[in-house]
Design a protein around this ligand. Structure first.
Ligand SMILES: Nc1ncnc2c1ncn2[C@@H]1O[C@H](COP(=O)(O)OP(=O)(O)OP(=O)(O)O)[C@@H](O)[C@H]1O
Length: 247
């Protein structure tokens, strides 16, 4: 039997259960169901790559995990507790942090102001800046610069800093590679791999499998609202080239 959500602590990474678990999860938009029974597991400290073509349901699955899209069937568990119906703000307080497609940085705000936005979760601006500038010194140099005038990689660093400043246990990343040069994508995924090595659990939705597979501990292939295969990154890579990419 699941413990009440209000008994959950932010230190969920130490738990024996998977940090995130979807079992037969169904969801949709209005009357249209788009997730038809998704099964997915993220173990503590793992990087799980959620792969597949456009419209397969990757973003919708991340929305379930962040509490934006309600579960209409099946079960969503966080560190072993059912969190169906728990809202996004509560999940954020429980340590689930999302970097959405397009990064979610405010182009017309400075780096510092963007960090200030994350103080809504209870972390002070001082702490957010300390974490950000220590990890990404370039952001310290750009603290008074408008985020929209920075490179795509620097914006992604800012998005990561905002997320990390809130000390998450689970990071949800949607299309980290979007709009970035291949070299920058590799750099960003190296950073993500480092975060997992520090104990963060990470679920990454990514269309460009080759970008994320080198740092993934496991991968799941999503087609038409279902996870059709899960396994180690090498197996899923070959599955992608033979079935989905047709080659
Ligand atoms: N806000 C929405 N309203 C209605 N349908 C939606 C909405 N968002 C997504 N969908 C539909 O849900 C299905 C799954 O989309 P989703 O964005 O989750 O897939 P995806 O694998 O992330 O694809 P992409 O990489 O293109 O974002 C698609 O058929 C899509 O058209």
């Amino acid at each position: 039997m699941s413990a009440p959500v209000d008994e959950m602590s932010n230190s969920t990474a130490a738990h024996q259960d998977p940090i995130l678990e979807l079992s037969g999860v169904r969801a949709g938009y209005g009357p249209i169901e788009v997730l038809h029974g998704v099964d997915l597991t993220v173990q503590p400290g793992a990087v799980v790559a959620l792969l597949g073509p456009n419209g397969g349901g990757k973003t919708s699955t991340l929305k379930i995990c962040s509490g934006i899209l309600p579960v209409t069937g099946g079960e969503f568990r966080l560190a072993g507790r059912c969190v169906n119906g728990v809202d996004a703000a509560t999940l954020a307080k429980l340590g689930v942090c999302t970097i959405p497609e397009g990064r979610g940085v405010f182009a017309n705000l400075t780096v510092r102001e963007n960090l200030w936005v994350a103080t809504g979760t209870g972390t002070s601006l001082k702490d957010l800046e300390e974490v950000a500038y220590e990890r990404f010194p370039i952001l310290g140099k750009r603290r008074s610069q408008l985020a929209g005038s920075m490179s795509g990689g620097e914006q992604q660093m800012l998005a990561l800093s905002r997320a990390l400043g809130t000390a998450p246990t689970v990071l949800l990343l949607d299309e980290l590679s979007m709009g970035l040069a291949p070299r920058v994508v590799t750099e960003m995924y190296d950073i993500v791999g480092g975060l997992a090595a520090e104990g963060l659990s990470i679920l990454v939705a990514e269309q460009f499998a080759r970008a994320v597979l080198p740092i993934a501990t496991s991968a799941a292939l999503m087609l038409q609202g279902r996870v059709v295969k899960t396994g180690n990154p090498a197996d899923i890579d070959s599955e992608l080239s033979t079935s989905y990419l047709g080659g």
